[in-house]
Design a binder for this molecule. Structure first.
Ligand code: B12
Length: 218
């Protein structure tokens, strides 16, 4: 994607211009801009909204509206994501329970990760947002999931990622389950500290990392 298109998408989001954002998203697809780049531009727009929000230059209702139409833009990309990754095959049967942790209602990033994992052939069980640790762990047990994916976007909720890992240990199933974490405040350092198996900074990275760790475990 030329810098220009990237910048125009970011700008459209900052101006809370749904029509322009969706038009540019479709236009990028027509121009065969790599999906990774379109996703990066849409995510960057939201990230900059977050920074303006922090500075008091944007407000919650604006954040909500922007998040909703960026979600619609992601939905436009969905069928293409499936095409992109579906060819890889081979991952069918690997079950991933994914959720945004308790107290946290941010789910756009988690949804994107779930979509990309499904497209890559993983069997994704999406528990949604604001999900308690015990629900996540009991669902992992019940479904025999080999992977648990945990999203947290707030510094106040990331501790629940650790809580889930501790509960997996308590329930005696930690060895059977790989844990991958993500979300804005998460990092490789945080993953190491809480004993997660992997950290991914975006949805593509999540697919890559999971394939890697499932390979090692096979
Ligand atoms: C959109 C948004 C919202 C929307 C969420 C809508 C929705 N359905 O998700 C709304 C308006 C509801 C919202 C609410 C709030 N928000 Co908000 N929000 C954002 C914003 C602007 C963008 C997040 C986003 O969707 N990004 C786009 C997606 C695609 O990217 P992503 O989430 O990072 O996901 C990618 C990676 O992180 C990774 N990933 C994500 N999850 C996972 C999971 C796994 C398993 C893996 C492997 C990878 C992975 O892959 C994803 C895809 O590439 C961020 C800013 C930011 N820098 O993130 C603030 C931000 C996260 N919010 C913030 C705050 C403070 C809030 C509120 C507390 C505000 C308030 N006072 O009410 C509430 C919290 C409510 C709650 N209890 O959860 C702060 C958090 C600050 C902090 N340090 O904790 C931020 C950073 C904004 C800021 N700079 O101040 N928010």
């Amino acid at each position: 994607m030329g810098n220009d298109l990237h910048q125009r998408i970011v700008q459209a989001i900052l101006e809370i211009d749904e029509e322009e954002t969706l038009k540019l998203t479709r236009g990028s697809l027509d121009e065969r801009v790599p999906l990774e780049k379109i996703i990066a531009a849409l995510s960057e727009g939201l990230k900059q909204m977050g920074l303006l929000f922090e500075k008091g230059e944007r407000f919650i209702p604006e954040l909500v509206i922007a998040a909703e139409f960026v979600d619609r833009a992601f939905k436009i990309l969905e069928p293409y994501l499936a095409q992109d990754e579906g060819k890889a095959g081979g991952w069918r049967g690997v079950k991933v329970v994914i959720a945004t942790v308790e107290g946290d209602i941010h789910d756009l990033g988690k949804n994107l990760v779930a979509t990309m994992l499904s497209a890559a052939g993983f069997r994704v069980i999406d528990l949604g947002k604001d999900v308690a640790a015990k629900t996540i762990v009991s669902k992992a047990k019940e479904t025999g999931a080999q992977v648990v994916g945990l999203s947290a976007l707030l510094t106040t909720t990331m501790a629940h990622q650790e809580e889930v890992i501790n509960l997996l240990i308590e329930e005696g199933i930690r060895e059977k389950v790989k844990v991958i974490i993500g979300g804005a405040p998460a990092s490789q350092g945080w993953a190491d500290r809480i004993g997660a198996d992997a950290y991914a900074e975006n949805a593509l990275d999540a697919v890559r990392k999971l394939k890697e760790i499932m390979d090692e475990g096979m």
